[in-house]
Design a protein around this ligand. Structure first.
Ligand SMILES: [Zn+2]
Length: 303
């Protein structure tokens, strides 16, 4: 999000120190020294409300849960909304998919019993515990693993192409996993993401997006817009409008016939709007009023 970053100014001094203690003193992505402490979900992120509404964001944006040390280059690339060059997200996306499937069932049962409940999402501690229980990280690890993905070869201007390999390994991050997933789902809109990221990983992220935003009960405030664009609703609305006024429909039919007649005249002259247009000089200084009427008269009469 190009508007994303207020950089280190987004955090208090104590939060910056806490982030360095948890994530290290260098750039978390490429190990460059003197990084900034950057927000993962920016204060200016215009989608924060919909993620909050869906119960996906439950952390403080000003806390270390939303902070990561990044050097200037990685920070700029991370914040490019249309074409990000860097993104990171949980290595074990299937854990988040399974968690959401189980929570969805829990929500369904609660709703059927007349006591609807809000969505729950994995915390950093739950993700770490899952990875520890499955032997993916050591028992004394302080957080779960995240995939580091350079979508562009930005390191040292790309003069050492294999350098990225050194920073493509999964790495522990202390923050809230949903913050990183927000950025990864945003990156799904980039063609570069499709070119670089393995199809299985991409598919897991797409599935997670569908699970998080495909459950209509979790985004009630968007119901009005959603209902307008439902295909069944659009069909019903069209039928309603057509049946509403027979005379109007008859008038419309006459108008359509008239328009069709005029189009036939124009086509009969071998001239559509596109064909009439000549980038050099359609009506030159030698054009007569008769020639103008001959070319454009049918178009005016069809309006
Ligand atoms: Zn960096």
């Amino acid at each position: 999000m190009s508007a994303a970053s207020s950089g280190s100014n987004a955090f208090s001094e104590s939060t910056r120190l806490e982030t360095k203690a948890l994530a290290g003193l260098n750039c978390w992505a490429c190990n460059t020294t003197q990084p900034q402490i950057c927000p993962v979900v920016a204060k200016e992120d215009p989608q924060r409300d919909i993620w909050e509404e869906a119960g996906l964001f439950t952390f403080s944006y000003e806390s270390a849960e939303n902070a990561i040390p990044l050097c200037a280059s990685c920070h700029v690339e991370f914040d490019l909304a249309i074409d990000p060059g860097y993104v990171f997200f949980p290595t074990d996306l299937k854990f988040f998919i399974d968690f959401e499937m189980e929570d969805r069932e829990r929500r369904r049962i609660a709703a059927e019993n007349g006591h609807p409940i809000r969505r729950q999402v994995p915390t950093a501690v739950q993700y770490r515990t899952h990875q520890q229980e499955n032997g993916m990280i050591s028992s004394d690890a302080i957080c779960g693993l995240y995939r580091r993905v350079f979508l562009k070869n930005i390191l040292h201007g790309g003069i050492f192409p294999d350098l990225v390999r050194s920073f493509a390994t999964s790495k522990e991050w202390h923050g809230n996993p949903m913050a990183s997933i927000r950025r990864a789902i945003a990156a799904l809109g980039s063609s570069r993401f499709y070119v670089v990221v393995d199809p299985e990983i991409r598919s897991d992220l797409e599935r997670l997006r569908n699970l998080y935003f495909g459950d209509e009960t979790q985004n009630p405030e968007s119901a009005h817009l959603r209902d307008i664009y439902k295909l069944d609703a659009q069909l019903d609305n069209k039928r309603h409008l057509e049946d509403q006024d027979d005379s109007g429909r008859a008038a419309k039919k006459m108008k359509d016939q008239e328009t069709e007649h005029n189009i036939n005249i124009v086509e009969g002259m071998g001239s559509t709007n596109q064909c009439l247009w000549d980038p050099d000089w359609v009506l030159g200084p030698d054009s007569t009023s008769n020639k103008v009427m001959q070319r454009y008269g049918p178009l005016f009469s069809s309006v």
